[in-house]
Ligand binder design. Structure first.
Ligand SMILES: [Zn+2]
Length: 90
């Protein structure tokens, strides 16, 4: 454990701290958590979009086989995004 200096108030802070204990300035740990969260949320939204297109195609009857495959792909992507966000959050 090492001490670093807060860029806001110049107070001594542990390098493992999420934020400065003196002025509550957010330190490095806050950023990666939000970045991974958005990545998995984006994948979940993509999964919903793929499944929706699949349902539209299957419902139309013209491209029923392609639609069914897109629904399966969408469900798989949704599961991956769920497992991925769960894994990242530990
Ligand atoms: Zn500070």
């Amino acid at each position: 454990m090492a001490l670093i200096y807060c860029p806001e108030c110049n107070g001594a802070v542990s390098d493992r701290a999420v934020g400065c204990p003196h002025c509550a300035y957010p330190l490095q740990a806050a950023l990666p958590i939000e970045a991974t969260g958005k990545k998995w949320k984006g994948l979940a939204l993509f999964a919903i979009a793929v499944a929706t297109v699949g349902f539209g195609m299957a419902g139309g009857g013209v491209r029923g086989d392609v639609g069914a495959r897109l629904i399966v792909l969408g469900v798989m992507l949704a599961i991956v995004s769920r497992v991925g966000s769960w894994w990242q959050n530990g």
